[in-house]
Design a protein around this ligand. Sequence first.
Ligand code: G3P
Ligand code: CA
Length: 283
Amino acid sequence: MKKKMISVIGAAVIGLNAFGGGAALAKDMHKDIVNVSHRGASGYAPEHTIAAYDMGEKMHGDYIEVDLQMTEDGHLIAMHDVTLDRTTDGTGSVKDYTLKEIKQLDAGSWFNEKYPYAAKAEYEGLKVPTLEEVFKKFGKNSSYYIETKSPDVYPGMEKELLRLVEKYNINKNKLLVQSFSPQSLKVMNELDPSIKLVQLISYKANAEITDAEIMEIKQYAMGIGPNHTYLNEEYVQKVVNSGLELHPYTVNDKERMKQLINWGVTGMFTNHPDLLHDVKKGQ
Ligand code: G3P
Ligand code: CA
């Protein structure tokens, strides 16, 4: 019911705004928008480092987003790519290295070289964190938005994730598990039906979704995470009115944030959680 009311308000605002530059937020629409620090505050610090996650919390991100890869010896680490090349000084596939080997790598200097305007000396030599270290550092009551990456490459990833969630007594009410793989989400759902799941979807052109697709996703997930680029008002309204949460990725522009909020999204991923925080405050 609440979602439907929000969408009705959104429709009214759509009638008032052209959604070009300077679009304003409808009163109170912003309050519950979920602010997800994408790979941490990765616009300001090397993605998937403790420094980036720390910054995300300081910048009022509601959730720490963690992408998972798995080492040769079965440890879950925080990393987006299946290979080490882009975000460390190593090369090759994560799955071919032990955790001890990956811990030798520098996961920060690439950022300083690629983004000199945001570079900091303290980023040099940062280590790749394990999921276990992330849980230890941020504790059981932080909000985590964890993605099972490449589950076909790492059979058993979901089971290991759940083992660590339980070992560290992570508050499942503040945990979301996301994946592009419906199969991975269904495995999670079978392992523990209480864990809330989000189906990621990548569109290459104008986003469309059928009633049948929504019904199928609702069998196991409470939300959808599409890339924001090809979204439109009709898509957003349809998904949100179905009762699903809608968290597009990755939105780094304040005007686009406002537009998506006015359309009715319920949260979003951003490399700049401070910008979304400003938008939510009406700035
Ligand atoms: O998980 C949302 C978004 O992060 C999906 O894309 O490639 O950044 O993991 P990616
Ligand atoms: Ca992700």
